[in-house]
Design a protein around this ligand. Structure first.
Ligand SMILES: Cc1ncc(COP(=O)(O)O)c(C=O)c1O
Length: 361
């Protein structure tokens, strides 16, 4: 391999941020996005094809794909839905195709890498604003030109806090900006039946486009962008990550609908909230009780690695997250709560991590 590439790996190793693959079995899950415990649930047997055989625009479309999109639009209170193979693809497709040259995307400094990558592929200008800082957002909007887009998340994937959506809606109105709300971690968690933050606050009509992913709380795979019919038509025509890829296998649409129709979903969601509050209580943390994500930090990377291996030895699956996935000051163990964690598990996990400092914005 090129020496320049080896040097980059060596630099990461020296800094203690080298990524490597690992997997865990037989441990208590405090790290996955399987918030409602649907990942291991079998879907009823169906005789649909295992492969979609092509892209949606050629052989990969089907009545079940379109049925699933109509179902999703209705389920998440939207005019239309378009399914992508993942949330990464959806964000990439939206941001690389919708904002045009001369337009501006103003995005929260903590948005997911998939939004940033989409912005990098776009010809629009882009500025970040300080995380959840409405004054900075206003400043950036006041300097922006062309059509304005604001990119935020319902629940931030690493810090676990919510976007102040009502205030952002007010600012968007004032500046005539379009809001893009990534609900990867808030769909399934917030709002009745897991309908997400925008629906919970009753502002879904003020949000230009919303992302819902199925690989997290809903225990399936793929994602959809909820939008107007026009925006859906636009994405079908211009979003490369929708156009130039083989569609999801038909059985996945079935699974998505089956889980989203599950009568038990609301009970699981309430259990999740109860468990989030229990962990907060055990750790003496005061914060919005309904976020399943909590970042716990230490003084340095070495200590962080040590504590996470101690957690693993105690059979708790939890992983440290380093820069560049998060800013250096936010490095920590990303704890995620689930509907299925027991009170005993939460109690002994809290005991193990009691020396760590919650990273809150
Ligand atoms: C906020 C956010 N958006 C988008 C994605 C991408 O979704 P997917 O995993 O379906 O590609 C993630 C995944 O971690 C995420 O955390």
């Amino acid at each position: 391999m090129d020496k320049k590439l080896i040097d980059r790996l060596t630099k990461r190793e020296n800094e203690g941020t080298l990524r490597s693959l690992s997997f865990y079995t037989g441990m208590v899950d405090f790290f996955s996005n399987d918030y409602l415990g649907y990942a291991s649930r079998a879907t009823s047997v169906c005789d649909l094809q295992f492969s979609s055989t092509g892209s949606r625009l050629i052989s990969g479309n089907s009545s079940i794909a379109e049925e699933c999109e109509r179902f999703l639009a209705n389920r998440f209170v939207s005019n239309a839905a378009l399914i992508f193979n993942s949330g990464y693809d959806a964000n990439l497709g939206f941001f690389s195709s919708v904002p045009q040259k001369g337009d501006t995307v103003v995005y929260d400094a903590y948005v997911h890498a998939s939004i940033r990558d989409g912005i990098r592929l776009s010809f629009a200008s882009a500025f970040s604003f300080k995380h959840n800082d409405l004054e900075d957002l206003r400043l950036k909007l006041s300097r922006a030109t062309g059509t304005l887009y604001i990119a935020v998340e319902g629940i931030y994937s690493m810090s676990g806090d919510q976007a102040p959506l009502l205030e952002i809606v007010r600012l968007a109105k004032e500046y005539g900006a379009y809001i893009y709300l990534d609900e990867a971690h808030s769909a399934g968690v917030l709002g009745e039946n897991g309908s997400g933050l925008a629906v919970e606050l009753g502002v879904e009509e003020m949000v230009f486009a919303r992302l819902v992913t199925f690989g997290k709380a809903f225990g399936a795979h793929g994602a959809c962008i909820l939008s107007s019919e026009n925006t859906r038509d636009y994405l079908i025509n211009f979003a490369h990550s929708f156009i130039y890829t083989t569609a999801l296998p038909p059985e996945q649409y079935m699974r998505i609908m089956e889980i989203l129709r599950d009568a038990d979903l609301e009970t699981r969601r309430m259990n999740l909230h109860k468990n989030c509050q229990l962990l907060n209580e055990k750790l003496g943390i005061e914060r919005d009780g309904n976020s399943p994500i909590l970042m716990l930090g230490t003084e340095n990377r070495k200590e962080l690695r040590l504590i996470s291996s101690l957690l693993n030895s105690a059979k708790f699956a939890a992983k440290p997250i380093f820069h560049p996935t998060v800013p250096v000051e936010c490095e920590g163990i990303r704890v995620s709560m689930h509907a299925f964690n027991t009170a005993d598990e939460i109690d002994s996990f809290a005991h193990q991590v009691s020396g760590l400092r919650p990273i809150q914005s």
